[in-house]
Design a protein around this ligand. Structure first.
Ligand code: SD4
Length: 329
């Protein structure tokens, strides 16, 4: 049977996969356009409450967006990081790829660009849910969050490091919480912050992309793996593609999706390539929580994970609807 078109995404984001499938299968869209349709559907549906508007707030209660798109034929990439006030992360990333010579735009400047290119905004990215989550977190003494062990353990401040240059600038949430040797305190089974998606179109061309609010209660300004090509996703039409989810602060040090694609280029099967990429991380960070899926250009798919049970969704010509695959750690 035909090997493609093929759509794969992290987590049971079935509607996102269906949207990409409609584009690539029913409408003969390119792999890039199908990834945009798929991730965009997730942004609109606010998949898991952690993609698109209204998702994971930062320490200040604000929701921002990281997104990336990669064309595996031309190796062009577009990305936005910590983008504010604009809902359409993946479309903004695509505009960067299509209409600029740059690869990544950040923060409010990314918003200005996206709006100047016609995307709706500025809009408030908070929702009742994200604000409630944030309020509860503050009441709960701001734990967990991502600052290292320099503050009294059981309070929300206004504590600050004694050598801080300007203590008046420190925010209330600067508390002690994360053991620097631990990771993944923000990701758990109910907090699937990221859609990473890969598509093979009717021509056999491959693209990959991501969209996420990043880490819940992150320090404002934090950028994760989401917009980093090779970390959250990677695609090369000659080889295959990969998508990742989990603790991006750790993953972005290892470029696991670049690793997966390069291992497959050297002949590894997707399953082994995925497991190898995860084990390179866990050898250094045994408490790491994360996962990757891998596809090769023949449409073979596999996943690997650590610290949680991972699920990824697939739609291929042999299936009647999206199928969800479960990977045990
Ligand atoms: C990040 N990788 O920003 C994202 C979060 C995630 O499941 O994937 N959570 O670190």
């Amino acid at each position: 049977s035909a090997k493609y078109p093929l759509v794969v995404s992290t987590w049971p984001f079935k509607e996102a996969v269906r949207a990409a499938w409609r584009a690539v299968h029913n409408n003969n869209a390119s792999a890039v356009d199908a990834v945009v349709e798929g991730c965009s559907a997730c942004e609109e549906l606010r998949c898991d409450g952690t993609v698109g508007a209204g998702g994971s707030p930062d320490e200040n209660g604000e929701t921002t967006i990281d997104a990336m798109i990669m064309n595996g034929v031309t190796m062009e990439v577009g990305a936005v990081a910590a983008m504010r006030y604009v809902r359409d992360g993946i479309r903004a990333a695509q505009l960067v790829m299509l209409y600029t010579q740059h690869t990544m735009l950040v923060g409010e400047k990314a918003s200005t660009f996206a709006i100047s290119m016609g995307l709706p905004g500025p809009t408030n990215l908070s929702s009742a849910e994200s604000l409630e989550k944030w309020t509860k977190w503050k009441e709960d003494k701001c734990q967990p969050n991502f600052r290292k062990n320099v503050f009294p353990a059981d309070s929300c401040g206004p504590y600050y490091p004694e050598d801080a240059v300007d203590s008046s600038k420190m925010t209330c949430s600067m508390v002690n919480m994360v053991d620097p040797n631990e990771s993944g305190s923000f990701v758990d089974r109910h907090n699937h912050d990221t859609i990473a998606m890969a598509v093979i179109d009717n021509k056999g061309h491959i693209a990959a992309g991501t969209s996420t609010n990043g880490a819940t209660f992150k320090i404002p300004g934090r950028v994760g793996d989401g917009p980093i090509a090779g970390s959250s996703a990677y695609a090369d039409t000659e080889v295959g593609a990969c998508g990742a989810t989990g603790d991006g602060d750790i993953m972005m040090r290892f470029l696991p999706c670049y690793q997966v694609v390069e291992s497959m280029r050297l002949g590894m099967q997707p399953k082994l390539a995925a497991e190898d990429a995860i084990s390179r991380i866990t050898r250094k960070f045994p408490n790491f929580i994360g996962a990757v899926f891998a596809i090769n250009k023949d449409g073979v798919h596999a996943g690997a994970c650590h610290g949680w049970t991972f699920q990824y969704s697939v739609r291929s010509p042999g299936m009647d609807d999206v199928e969800v695959f479960t990977v045990l750690p």
